[in-house]
Design a protein around this ligand. Structure first.
Ligand SMILES: Cc1cccc(C(=O)O)c1OC(=O)C1CC1
Ligand SMILES: [Zn+2]
Length: 310
């Protein structure tokens, strides 16, 4: 309970020190259980097996040394705080639902996912990925899948699936807000400067930045992690501005961009929304938030013009 809530300190996967709320059970027993946020934030370890949630994280001296667990716990708290402070949303269900994360899932597992109940992170194989919870954008991406599931619930295939992925990348970039890259802190440790995806220039990772270049094949549920680049590029242009395919967009900044996408996700998008419906939802959201003749509405139209979505 709140009475035993204290601050823990630990070292993340990348060797950085961070602090986070934990529970003191006794003088030499601390658990990765935060009872200060919603109905709680709890982080577990699967100890490299696949039983979920596994064992609740614990430490004897409150100086935490399991980097993957430190990062998953601290970044879940940071992501909770973002949705509460920026969008007045209390956890993924807007009713304070407990945030459960498990690290050290399976063996050399190059993946992270939301399984409908909790977040799960592999350790990576050390070549393709480091432990995936070390990426704040990864944690935010996974938790945003839960937010999307409880709101628009975009079907995870073809265009609605690409939007599902893009919404997770957009809020991943809004929360890990020092760049427009996804997974840069955990992807290919041996290759500095690359990323799993880029919202600024999706083509650096081989993803399309215009609707005419969309993938229409069967792989990856119809290219959900590929065609996300089209809407990701639109969101980047909306926030930062720029000229793309001969169309100039006036940037409106990260905060207004985030408000527009959150408003669209929670008021207009539905499970079957395609890219055209995304354009309309963003226009209607910008209109509701900023007015019909606002710069924000003008820039939304230009951003979707620039990526070829009408
Ligand atoms: C690493 C990975 C593999 C497969 C699916 C996802 C997924 O969650 O869609 C995934 O996580 C990400 O894309 C996060 C953003 C880096
Ligand atoms: Zn995803």
């Amino acid at each position: 309970n709140m009475l035993h809530e204290i601050t823990g300190t630990g070292t993340g996967v990348l060797g950085d020190t961070k602090s986070f709320e934990v529970t003191k059970v006794s003088n030499n027993n601390y658990t990765a259980k935060d009872t200060t946020r919603g109905k709680g934030i709890e982080t577990y370890t699967a100890r490299n097996r696949t039983t979920l949630p596994g064992t609740l994280g614990s430490d004897t001296d409150n100086n935490w040394t399991d980097g993957a667990l430190v990062d998953a716990h601290a970044y879940a708290q940071k992501t909770y705080d973002y949705y509460k402070n920026a969008h007045n949303r209390n956890s993924f269900d807007n009713n304070g639902a407990k945030l459960i994360s498990t690290v050290h899932y399976s063996n050399r597992y190059n993946n992270a996912f939301w399984n409908g109940t909790q977040m799960v992170y592999g350790d990576g194989d050390g070549s393709v990925f480091r432990p995936l919870s070390a990426g704040l954008d990864v944690v935010a991406h996974e938790l945003t899948h839960a937010v999307t599931e409880r709101t628009a619930n975009l079907i995870y295939q073809n265009e609605s699936g690409a939007l599902n992925e893009s919404i997770s990348d957009i809020f991943g970039a809004m929360i890990d807000d020092d760049d427009w890259l996804m997974g840069e802190d955990v992807y290919t440790p041996g290759t500095p400067g690359d990323a799993l995806r880029s919202l600024e220039d999706p083509t650096v990772a081989g993803d399309p930045d215009h609707y005419s270049d969309r993938y229409t094949g069967p792989n990856d549920n119809g290219g959900v992690h590929t065609n996300s680049g089209i809407n990701n590029k639109a969101a980047y242009l909306l926030a930062e501005g720029g000229t793309h395919t001969g169309v100039t967009v006036t940037g409106i900044g990260r905060n207004d961009t985030a408000k527009i996408y959150y408003y669209a996700l929670t008021n207009y998008l539905n499970p079957n929304s395609n890219f055209s419906a995304m354009r309309q939802a963003a226009i209607q959201s910008a209109t509701a938030l900023f007015g019909a003749n606002s710069q924000q509405v003008k820039s939304v139209k230009a951003a979707y013009d620039a990526v070829g979505v009408q």
